[in-house]
Design a protein around this ligand. Structure first.
Ligand code: MN
Length: 207
């Protein structure tokens, strides 16, 4: 199990087949303003690959884009909505089909309002992850050890979480509604980019 840092694209052949866990780090929460700095990706075998994009990057990453756009590979995220928007805005691909552990958690863990990745990893897998580096300078040309470990840990547990949450969705009879929500997420991300970030177009009241 190791963490690999790559510049500007994923090397050929580093991922096994099947679903991949995906996360992104950016300069902030306003996607068109705050550039994409890092894409983390894991095939669930224990290695994590970090692809760093430098300031002024052309985001010409054909190997990474091929994996992200592959309709045969499920992409597992925690809060897919944000990552889908960042990937579409900067890499120009729709990184679907989607499994979102945060949406799955909201649909089955109705006994709590704690749906952060740290909460899920602790309750479902009995492990601890640190969120200390969440707000750090991801635009730096040198990512320090703590940043690399944090970035890798954000994709490390997503396959295991998906397996457990899929079981709970099945148990509660909510797999179908979860799938419909996951399938809608690329459109939700596009609404964020198109100017409806906080506006709920399904709500009767909001203007
Ligand atoms: Mn992250």
């Amino acid at each position: 199990m190791a963490v690999y840092l790559h510049e500007e694209d994923l090397p050929e052949g580093v991922l096994g087949p099947g679903a991949v866990a995906v996360d992104t780090e950016t300069m902030g929460l306003v996607t068109p303003r705050d550039r994409l700095c890092l894409v983390q990706i894991s095939d669930g075998s224990g290695d994590e690959h970090l692809v760093r994009f430098a300031a002024g990057s052309s985001f010409d990453a054909p190997k990474l884009k091929t994996v992200l756009a592959d309709p045969a590979r499920e992409k597992i995220y925690h809060f897919a909505r944000f990552d889908l928007a960042a990937v579409e805005n900067y890499l120009g691909v729709v990184a679907a089909p989607v499994f979102c552990t945060k949406i799955a958690s909201k649909l089955v863990r109705t006994y709590t309002d704690r749906h952060g990745l740290k909460d899920l990893v602790r309750e479902i897998l009995g492990k601890e992850i640190s969120k200390q580096q969440q707000s750090s300078d991801w635009g730096s040309s040198e990512l320090n050890e703590a940043q690399r470990e944090y970035a890798a840990s954000d994709v490390r547990y997503l396959h295991a979480l998906r397996d457990q949450l899929a079981r709970r969705l099945e148990r509660e009879g909510r797999s179908e509604i979860a799938r419909a929500c996951f399938d809608f997420l690329p459109a939700r991300a596009r609404l964020d980019l198109a100017g409806w970030p906080e506006h709920d177009i399904f709500s009767h009241t909001s203007a």
